[in-house]
Design a protein around this ligand. Structure first.
Ligand code: SF4
Length: 249
């Protein structure tokens, strides 16, 4: 009786806006998925169950940040990357411990995924944190992971890895040329991109029908038509909405 109504209440359309930059959260994602998101290709609405799972992650995030504030160690929260960079994004929180600043990336994980994190964080989480360390000029950070089922915590302290940062930035500069300068659909991902994949992204991809046809223009919009305006700095003030792909578990 209530479940159907709750599912309807939580389900929502996944809106996207054409833009001319990347999000930090897109590191490790399929370049084609990034292209389709950037170009505003339509995707199925978010179902109620997935939306509720995302809300649980948001709640955990708020709870942990609130605790860090209570401990009096927060230097900044939701701090945006300086403007004018290849990437846009806001780090979760920066804390000060024993005289050193740390960027903290908070993640909630499905128990299976949590159990996999024994010797190190998930690769995409690691790379996201690396970009924040680079853009904020902070030499160390922490991936703080919470088990969604048990609330067990795990932390991974990582130093800035300049080599990885340089590799990621070069890869996204190439993608920037492909998408924004040449206006081309990126080729199907090869081994280099898949090295950063933590799971089979095609399985959770909402753009499969477009990808199968190598579609380069959103349906109903001819290539020659005027493109929609890209998102502006004012739009960027809005929080980045979580998407279906933020939590494939
Ligand atoms: S179907 Fe696979 S290769 Fe194609 S856009 Fe989606 S994730 Fe990328």
């Amino acid at each position: 009786m209530l479940i159907d109504k709750l599912d309807q209440y939580f389900q929502r359309e996944e809106r996207s806006w054409p833009r001319d930059y990347f999000y930090v959260s897109e590191v490790g994602k399929c370049p084609r998925q990034i292209y389709y998101a950037i170009k505003g290709f339509p995707r199925p609405p978010l179902d109620g169950l997935t939306a509720r799972k995302l809300a649980v992650g948001d709640d955990a995030h708020r709870r942990l940040v609130q605790a860090l504030y209570g401990m009096g160690i927060v230097v900044a929260a939701e701090a945006p990357i300086p403007p004018g960079n290849l990437f846009h994004g806001r780090c979760d929180v920066i804390v000060s411990l024993d005289g050193k600043n740390y960027v903290v990336e908070i993640k909630t994980a499905h128990p299976y995924s949590f159990d996999q994190m024994t010797s190190g964080p998930r690769r995409d989480h690691y790379l996201q944190l690396q970009l924040y360390l680079h853009y904020f000029g902070i030499p160390q950070g922490i991936v703080l992971a919470e088990n969604k089922a048990t609330q067990e915590l795990r932390e991974f302290v990582v130093p800035l890895d300049k080599e990885e940062v340089s590799r990621v930035i070069h890869a996204f500069e190439r993608l920037q040329r492909t998408i924004f300068v040449e206006g081309r659909l990126p080729p199907l991902p090869g081994q280099e991109e898949k090295r950063d994949w933590e799971y089979d992204q095609c399985r959770y991809c909402p753009y499969v029908p477009f990808c199968n046809e190598d579609a380069a223009d959103p349906p109903g919009r001819a290539a020659a038509e005027e493109p929609e305006p890209v998102r502006t700095a004012a739009d960027e003030e809005r929080a980045v909405p979580p998407t279906l792909f933020d939590d494939p578990s």
